[in-house]
Ligand binder design. Structure first.
Ligand SMILES: *Cc1c(COP(=O)(O)O)cnc(C)c1O
Length: 377
């Protein structure tokens, strides 16, 4: 129950163990086409340029910036946690001049501040922001941010690593231009792959580049010779065949449940955790409308050694939760409810284990009602 990787579905582990075929085997090509169309369904997009980067979520992030930034371009990046900072770092390494719009850790990105930065930097043509900040448990309104970006002629790069599968994400309806995700959060697949989708604005920007993409590996013009549609598939790199079997299975599982049902399940178990920790006298640090159901940032009570609690949970209950990062280090625990790890059994285990551990440390905990509160919804 940390911030990822989440528990992996047994069916995904079984799929990973199937025999490895060639990366140009006709049966594998057919499966790649299915992965593309499953991804179009879960991203809610018709984007033709929808594929999987052979690398973790950060490789998807880097693919977006490597393809969309040219030397000297002004790029506006919003930062309200660790991953916005990583975006800035990547855009700079791609030669961009980054204008950073900072919000405090634990709060959503402020659309007014973002618009102000775009007004002050009218030459900017690219903007990046994170939908679900896993470092703080915050959900930002990317639909509104994309509308603002487009009003100022900016193409958008959107981090959907933790949002995909866990909360509503509408790539086409919200007109998000370049979107990347990851397999190890709400998809409950193994780490190491990054689903990516590019819409019309992003494709146009890519086509209008004046210089070649610096990264050979991430140059989408080259990658699409392998992932593109049609019969003429050419070798680009040896795809992680078995990992893609796993992703295929994870996407099938997600669509068997249904996207709406998955979103509702994440919200329901989040409400149980919220009720349980509040009954214990603890608080979620994020204001209710900005909370991310799949990552609960819980304040550490005064006088409690936060790392000792995590160690006790791991040693005594085989239960992993995450620590705070950056300005929230030592102040919060990060409790993930992602993919197949988001279930009633885990909620009850977490609440009762945390309760026992806090009591054993003589920390203030109003225990009796905890589980009862979690069940009352
Ligand atoms: C996990 C995560 C990433 C990075 O993914 P990796 O697979 O670890 O490279 C990027 N952005 C967000 C919001 C994440 O939660």
């Amino acid at each position: 129950m940390g911030p990822g990787p989440s528990d992996v579905y047994p069916r995904v582990l079984e799929a990973l163990s199937r025999p490895t075929v060639g990366h140009l085997d006709p049966s594998f090509i057919r499966m790649m086409d299915e992965v593309k169309s499953l991804l179009q369904t879960v991203f809610r997009t018709k984007n033709e340029l929808t594929m999987v980067v052979s690398g973790p979520g950060s490789a998807g992030m880097e693919t977006c910036f490597a393809n969309l930034v040219e030397k000297g371009d002004t790029v506006v990046i919003c930062q309200n946690g660790a991953f916005g900072g990583r975006m800035k770092e990547m855009a700079e390494r791609c030669g961009g001049k980054v204008i950073l719009v900072e919000d405090s850790w634990g709060r959503a990105i402020d659309p007014a501040k973002f618009e102000d930065a775009l007004k002050r930097n009218p030459e900017a043509r690219l903007a990046g922001f994170v939908h679900a900040e896993t470092s703080t448990g915050v959900l930002s309104d990317v639909k509104t941010l994309a509308e603002i970006a487009h009003r100022h002629d900016c193409v958008t790069v959107v981090d959907a690593v933790t949002s995909l599968g866990g909360v509503p994400l509408e790539v086409d309806a919200w007109e998000l231009d370049a979107v990347y995700s990851g397999t190890q959060k709400c998809l409950s697949c193994v780490p190491g792959l990054s689903p990516v989708t590019f819409g019309p604005r992003a494709v146009e920007k890519l086509k209008k580049r004046s210089a070649k993409v610096q990264s050979w590996f991430m140059d989408l013009n080259l990658v699409m010779a392998y992932w593109g549609s049609g019969a003429k598939r050419a070798y680009h790199h040896t795809a992680p065949i078995n990992a893609l079997y796993g992703l295929h299975e994870a996407l099938v599982i997600l669509l068997e449940e249904g996207l709406d049902a998955s979103w509702a399940r994440h919200r329901a178990h989040h409400e149980e955790v919220r009720a349980g920790v509040e009954a214990m006298g603890l608080e979620l640090i994020v204001p209710p409308p900005e909370r991310l159901p799949q990552l609960n940032a819980i304040s550490v009570p005064k006088g409690v050694d936060e790392s000792a609690v995590r160690t006790a949970l791991l040693d005594g209950y085989n239960l992993e939760i995450g620590a705070g990062l950056g300005s929230l280090a030592g102040k919060i625990w990060r409790v993930g409810l992602m993919g197949c790890g988001c279930n009633r059994k885990n909620v009850v285990l977490f609440l009762s284990a945390l309760n026992s551990v806090l009591k054993s440390m003589n920390a203030p905990s109003r225990s009796g009602e905890t589980l009862q509160s979690a069940r009352v919804r």
